[in-house]
Design a protein around this ligand. Structure first.
Ligand code: 13P
Ligand code: ZN
Length: 290
């Protein structure tokens, strides 16, 4: 039995109050922050992470919650009304989340109109949730609707090779998708719908949030030109696996360009891609195989 399960039993009996940081969902969240930092994707305060909590996870830790003041989200997300989210703090370093979670991340509640939030736990030394909260919440709203509620995570990271490619490839969904699919046989299987690209925009506001969430209606991945990447998924492992695969593929492509200027002696053809659909029980976005 995991130690968190043992603790959970004693908390259920009312013996102890479970600390928020002992809950499994928060440990998984912290692990992503730490892993992303060790990958080199979170220089300074770069990148942010959000998680739409399950009702039973809220119940598990809500004894620790304290009410604060309502603040504007800067976007409207009525389909997330009254839900709770674990998010990283603005200006906080991913490097520090594992050691000092209470100071660097927080749980927020969205109000009944979907336009305001309240911090109920964390950021104990002050501060506010990530400046990309509009993008996180709008994306979480879009993917919640698209997946019948199963998607819960949005992760933004400054992945080096993906950013490098936005200076070289045309900023088109089709070009990025096809090039990234080509770099490893597993890529089209891991992201069969493809990749969307947002042109350079000012970060941190509603405009870029709307542009990104439009792409999230179709894709699990949105690349921000000259900035980074947003990915989404149902759980921490799948979301991590997705970003790791995409960035690895971008790294191979950067190496190909570095060696040959992008000229490939041989590659995986569109006919080859189609042969993968049956054995792996996936359907690729045909738009990107023309
Ligand atoms: P925050 O520190 O506000 O999360 O911003 C970091 C970032 O990557 C902005 O795009
Ligand atoms: Zn960023």
């Amino acid at each position: 039995m995991r130690s968190t399960d043992t603790k959970k039993k004693s908390y259920q009996k009312g013996v102890n109050k479970m600390k928020v940081t002992e809950a499994r969902f928060i440990q998984q969240f912290i692990r992503i922050c730490a892993n992303g930092y060790s990958k080199g994707w979170h220089e300074r305060n770069g990148g942010n992470l959000s998680y739409r909590m399950r009702p039973e996870e809220v119940d598990e830790v809500k004894e620790n919650f304290k009410e604060t003041t309502w603040q504007n989200i800067g976007a409207s997300v009525p389909t997330l009304a009254n839900e709770y989210f674990l998010v990283t703090g603005s200006g906080r370093y991913m490097m520090n989340v594992e050691t000092w979670p209470e100071e660097n991340i927080c749980i927020i509640k969205v109000d009944e109109t979907g336009t305001k939030f309240m911090i109920v736990w964390g950021l104990v030394a002050g501060g506010r949730p990530t400046s990309e909260l509009p993008s996180h919440l709008m994306n979480l709203a879009v993917v919640k609707a698209r997946t019948n509620g199963s998607y819960r995570i949005v992760y933004h990271a400054h992945c080096t090779n993906i950013i490098a490619l936005t200076f070289v490839l045309p900023l088109e969904d089709k070009v990025f998708t096809h090039e990234l699919w080509e770099m490893a046989t597993e890529c089209p299987i891991v992201f069969p719908a493809g990749v969307g690209v947002v042109p350079w925009m000012v970060p941190g506001g509603e405009e870029i949030a709307i542009a990104t969430s439009e792409l999230m209606k179709k894709y699990d991945i949105a690349i921000w030109a000259h900035h980074g990447i947003f990915v989404t998924g149902p759980d921490f492992d799948t979301t991590w696996g997705l970003i790791d695969t995409v960035e690895k593929s971008a790294e191979i492509l950067v190496k190909v360009y570095s060696m040959t200027g992008g000229k490939k002696t041989q590659t995986i053809t569109n006919d080859d891609f189609k042969k993968l659909e049956g054995p792996f029980n996936v359907k690729f976005n045909d738009e990107f195989l023309k």
